[in-house]
Ligand binder design. Structure first.
Ligand code: ATP
Ligand code: MG
Ligand code: MG
Length: 594
């Protein structure tokens, strides 16, 4: 495998490994039960990263970026990557999501080993750390209303105003905080805040909230707590307790880093955490054009039935991409190719498609599929082959460069299915497929066009059958004897066109779902617009087609290149042996019309 692209995260880790920046880390022996969460044996010099999803929705392509970065760095530097459910928020978190997240991390090819954690298991430690901060004069209970707090926070270039409750003694604060814990106050009545600096130019340091009251049941801790830590308080502690070395997050947390460092340093000074402490490092988000990735917006698409579910093959969720047919290897390659930078990146969906093609081209078996079927009748078939019941065996390589994949076998009969676009009554310039004899300016008829049935015979178009409305119902052609592919006579007749086909006697009827972009605009939710307006009305087209007989035994989640059409996968949900369903993953080339 090629060496992974170097980027600032790798440089930072390599530097830290060289200088021993996090050697000598150890778990300080903290109050409560937190010690059994301390990760593994005392392998202090290991790189430790984490992927910390909130179990409140399905993972999307942006999460794949974070997963592959964190697990990839741990793998490349002999470290460990933790899967941590950031379940500090009692609402909106469900077991369904926990299981789906685990499944997707594994599907992407990663393993967390023994390093599976739940942030809610640190609630005792977090609480005791809060009491220690109060006792040391670093936190206070504020009884201002939410509006007052917001108003007094100030703004950029405008310092905040100290809360009238800021001057309380530690003893008073401790008593109040315990009342909060004991359920003596209503939601919103008061909060615990860090006591830092209401005039700080960084608004995140203007006494941020650490705990709020929420009389809500938690899926893991039940009704034990009615106060819950804020994300900004909980996250650094989670990292420190798990001895994370590099806490990699997206750019919007950059302004939070001073608080991250402030908090962990206070707790280390108080003897609750050991140095060296984890370091937060930010990288640019991955954004994909023509989709939305906010969980709220994805949920709206599902709940308003714009898509069939979280795993609709048009969704940028990992379950959706999997169902669409994207391979884990292609998603990992896309993450690797887009690197890590200090800039949020907008990636075109074509980058994903290219990674998919690069993965599938060398391995996906080929097959004939007819997506807009038109009947073709070989009018001289019985004369050439002795009987209309004769089946002429044909074969071709399953893959042009992979002989080990063997041969595809099928047969010719008197009636075939061809693609409707492979026949025209009057050929435009440069059209080399089927058309009937054409009247010439001098009144004579030129012969109809000849094409090769791929891996079969050359045929000559003689006419077409039409219904009362003049619509073509069947193409008529004759077989030219002794022109079978792979036989000595194959080159005797020269043709410019080759077409795919499936014998009507053995064609497998299939539902084929043709997908285009879910949105017609590259950034449907830019500037606060209503993204629903930009849904692409043509994002799904279902056709009834035919595939070659070698696909009769297809099982779910198998991939092929349908010749001339692109890459397809059997749908993992709806495909049945007796009712095949194929999803189009992507075309053979980039095209704007996708
Ligand atoms: P949303 O904002 O839609 O709720 P989230 O970022 O809050 O998503 P989490 O479950 O909290 O979702 O995210 C888990 C991890 O995935 C975080 O470390 C987060 O930074 C990372 N992540 C989320 N979206 C992206 C993205 N678009 N690109 C890179 N990393 C991302
Ligand atoms: Mg979140
Ligand atoms: Mg977020």
């Amino acid at each position: 495998a090629p060496a992974p692209a170097t980027n600032f995260l790798r440089q930072r880790i390599e530097h830290d490994l060289e200088t021993g920046a996090f050697a000598g880390r150890h778990f300080a022996g903290t109050p409560g039960d937190a010690s059994h969460h301390a990760a593994g044996p005392l392998d202090e010099a290991r790189v430790r990263t984490r992927f910390p999803p909130e179990p409140n929705g399905y993972l999307h392509i942006g999460h794949a970026k974070s997963i592959c970065l964190n697990f990839g760095l741990a793998r490349d530097y002999g470290g460990a990557c933790h899967l941590r459910f950031d379940d500090t928020n009692p609402e909106k978190e469900e077991l369904e999501y926990v299981n789906a997240i685990k499944e997707m991390v594994q599907w992407l090819g990663w393993s967390w080993g023994d390093n599976l954690y739940e942030a809610s298991s640190y609630f005792d430690f977090m609480y005791q750390a809060a009491e220690a901060l109060i006792t040391a004069g670093h936190a206070y209970v504020d009884e201002q209303s939410a509006e007052e707090m917001r108003a007094n926070r100030g703004d950029f270039g405008k310092p905040g105003i100290n809360s009238p409750f800021r001057g309380r003694t530690p003893a008073e604060n401790l008593a109040r905080f315990r009342e909060m814990r004991d359920g003596k106050h209503a939601d919103g009545a008061m909060v615990l805040r860090a006591k830092i600096d209401m005039a700080s130019p960084n608004i995140n340091l203007r006494d941020p909230t650490l705990y709020r009251i929420k009389h809500a049941e938690h899926h893991a801790t039940g009704n034990k707590w009615c106060i819950y830590p804020m994300y900004t308080y909980a996250h650094p502690i989670e990292d420190a307790l798990e001895r994370i070395t590099h806490s990699i997050c997206t750019l919007e947390f950059e302004d939070q880093r001073p608080f991250y460092d402030w908090l962990l340093n206070q707790l280390a000074d108080l003897g609750l955490l050991a140095r060296p402490l984890p370091q937060q490092i930010e990288f640019g988000r991955l954004n994909l054009n023509y989709v939305v990735t906010s969980k709220r917006k994805l949920r709206q698409l599902v709940e308003e039935n714009h898509v069939s579910g979280w795993d609709d093959p048009r969704m940028p969720t990992l379950v959706g991409l999997r169902r669409r047919g994207f391979t884990p290897a292609s998603l990992r390659a896309m993450v690797e190719a887009t690197g890590a930078s200090k800039q949020n990146a907008w990636i075109d969906d074509t980058v994903l498609d290219q990674a998919l093609r690069a993965d599938l081209e060398p391995q996906a078996p080929r097959a004939f599929a007819v997506l807009q079927p038109l009947r073709l009748k070989l009018t001289n078939y019985a004369d050439v082959f002795g009987s209309a019941d004769h089946r002429e065996p044909c074969e071709t390589a399953a893959h042009p460069h992979k002989p080990e994949l063997g041969l595809r076998k099928f047969s010719l009969g008197p009636e075939l299915w061809i693609e409707a676009e492979d026949f025209v009554e009057v050929p435009p310039k440069g059209y080399f497929r089927l058309y009937p004899p054409q009247r010439q300016p001098d009144g004579s008829l030129s012969p109809g066009n000849k094409v090769r049935l791929k891996a079969g015979y050359i045929i000559e178009c003689t006419g077409a059958e039409k219904d009362a409305d003049g619509k073509v119902t069947a193409v008529l052609a004759t077989v030219i004897p002794d022109t079978k592919s792979g036989t000595p006579g194959a080159d005797a007749v020269k043709v410019k066109g080759t077409i795919g086909w499936v014998g009507a006697h053995e064609a497998v009827a299939a539902e084929v779902r043709l997908y285009e972009r879910l949105f017609a605009e590259p950034q449907p939710d830019a500037g606060g617009r209503d993204f629903i307006e930009f849904l692409n009305p043509h994002s799904l087209r279902v056709v009834q087609g035919f595939v070659e007989p070698s696909l009769a035994g297809a099982t779910a989640d198998q991939r092929w290149q349908f010749e001339r059409h692109g890459y397809f996968v059997t749908d993992r949900v709806d495909h049945r042996a007796d009712k095949p369903v194929f999803n189009k993953i992507t075309g053979l080339k980039d095209s704007f019309a996708k």
